[in-house]
Design a protein around this ligand. Structure first.
Ligand SMILES: *Cc1c(COP(=O)(O)O)cnc(C)c1O
Length: 360
């Protein structure tokens, strides 16, 4: 067996310890004689998997009691629709457009009501987070929406916009569990798990209870209502049993690492190694504004698309895979999520130094 260093943005690297544990349990989960893939979602065995996963997530994120944890299929794109469908009471919301995912969410919301862009960093090619200090939001706004970590561009919010009593909704897909967050600052936090938590198949929505409405338009499909998930413990229909099991294992691994404070330290350390090298390199150039740099997705270019291509190919041959930037922006991106060990980042930097020498 030979493993590579996988810098994919998602689905992405998972902790080896977790994969080994899952492999060991594959044929016979805890003496049941069945794989977790084969057990009923109505069984006591599965109920304890989902209950423990939720309890561990609550511990990790310090989630207040007045927030529900909901497991929803359909990934990030379904949340783009569920947020406006469930939250638009006055039919209006504000979006801060910091990248493709925020923009897609904004476009989707326009189907259901008036969604305006309170700020937009597309003129800067999404290389920064716009300054929102001068914006006052309208009391009639049902929510303000941000994408916390912009996976494609390598930027992240480090200071939240002030929205007063208006619920702040954040897509945390690519920074989920990378550092502590004050959940009480948000109306909804949601993230697809396939970036920094587990295998693809589910998004976790952490929703403040007063935002879970039962007075929605009856035409809204049952599976698109947060209250369906809240009132059934996310078991209205068959959930992605195996994905939830794997997320639960990752939560336990994170607790063992020392929780989110410890993860933040490790992630800062890894990111600093890479950014410090990029800042000193004459060949590679980081693309995100320094103040808005992401700890999770590090974007850079050489300025020469042919050389970028050569770099990605040679890196792959050296066991450093999935370093190609998003298909819409080109260049390179190293996603250094929780499960990427420091050794992987060090190995990448050694390789980049050598490449720089050879291609100067
Ligand atoms: C990947 C990603 C999405 C899209 O997720 P899907 O599950 O593929 O729909 C949305 N937001 C962010 C921040 C992402 O990184």
């Amino acid at each position: 067996m030979s493993r590579v260093y996988n810098f994919s943005a998602g689905p992405a690297v998972l902790p080896e310890e977790v994969l080994k544990e899952a492999a060991a349990e594959m044929m016979d989960y805890r003496g049941s004689g069945m794989s977790v893939m084969e057990i009923s979602h109505r069984s006591a065995l599965f109920q304890s998997i989902i209950d423990e996963a939720e309890a561990d997530l609550r511990t990790l994120m310090n989630i207040p009691d007045n927030y529900k944890v909901l497991w929803v299929q359909g990934g990030g794109h379904l949340q783009f629709a569920m947020v406006p469908l469930n939250l638009m009471k006055n039919g209006r919301a504000e979006y801060i457009v910091t990248g493709q995912w925020a923009k897609k969410a904004w476009k989707e919301a326009q189907k259901y009501g008036s969604a305006s862009a309170a700020a937009d960093s597309s003129p800067q090619n999404f290389s920064c987070i716009p300054d929102c200090s001068g914006i006052t939001f309208d009391k009639k706004d049902d929510y303000v929406y941000i994408c916390m970590n912009n996976t494609i561009y390598g930027t992240a919010w480090h200071t939240l916009p002030e929205t007063g009593d208006i619920p702040l909704v954040a897509d945390i897909s690519s920074c989920f569990l990378s550092e502590p967050l004050d959940v009480s600052r948000f109306g909804i936090l949601w993230g697809g798990v396939q970036k920094n938590v587990g295998p693809a198949g589910v998004a976790i929505a952490i929703v403040r209870e007063d935002l879970i409405r039962s007075d929605l338009d009856e035409k809204i499909p049952t599976m698109l209502r947060y209250d369906t998930y809240a009132s059934s413990g996310s078991l209205y229909n068959t959930p992605p049993v195996y994905t939830i099991y794997m997320c639960g294992k990752v939560f336990k691994w994170l607790l063992k690492q020392g929780g989110l404070e410890a993860m933040k330290q490790k992630n800062e350390e890894k990111a600093a190694l890479l950014y410090d090298y990029l800042d000193s390199s004459t060949l590679f150039h980081p693309t995100a504004a320094v103040k808005d740099r992401s700890l999770m997705n590090v974007t850079f270019v050489t300025g020469n698309p042919e050389l970028d291509k050569k770099f990605v190919q040679e890196a792959e041959a050296a066991g450093l895979v999935n370093l190609k930037g998003h298909r819409t922006v080109g260049g390179m991106r190293a996603s250094i999520y929780n499960a990427m060990p420091k050794e992987g980042v060090e190995e990448l930097i050694r390789f980049m130094r050598r490449f720089e020498e050879e291609n100067a």
